[in-house]
Design a protein around this ligand. Sequence first.
Ligand code: CUA
Length: 194
Amino acid sequence: MNPNSWISKTRSELGLILQDMQIEHLEKNWIYLATAMIGFMVVILSIGAVFLHLNPPSHWETIDSASLHLGGEFAEDKLGVQPSKPSDVIIQVKLVAARYGFFPREIVVPADKKIQFRMASLDVLHGAHIPMTNMSTMIVPGHISEVTTVFPKPGEYPLLCNEYCGMGHDHMWSKVTVLSQNDWDARKNEGKQP
Ligand code: CUA
């Protein structure tokens, strides 16, 4: 085969391919449409964020992770289910996440009640996830994570870490025991619960 004819053949084929790659009229329309859709979504998100305050569920309260166990609301003796807040609607639970567990290890709460979790990390980034509830949040060192949830029915729920935090990540979980209102009241009357 004559090398020159081979080169010219390749050249003409390449030319055809390049010609094919030219943006077609219809393709241009789709690019405009896709760009307009992205723009529309950005505008909607911006309006929601600025005027309607629809923001990700971040709770901007900071804390010094290195010293939170030494005093303040996350001191060792202040963890777990807290005495009811004045409104009495919300039960507050305070947790510390640290490699590799949630403290306290076991929590007992009533079903069908609004439970507010306040959580802080002692070391690295952790996550808190309770299946069957809306509880799924990051626990960022230096910040307090606050989530309010309701447990639909009594039973045992796992509280899992869902952010990779090191070698023991797979073993980082706690147990949440959810009692019926009657059982909860009985427990309260026995003085086992604040
Ligand atoms: Cu803590 Cu993964």
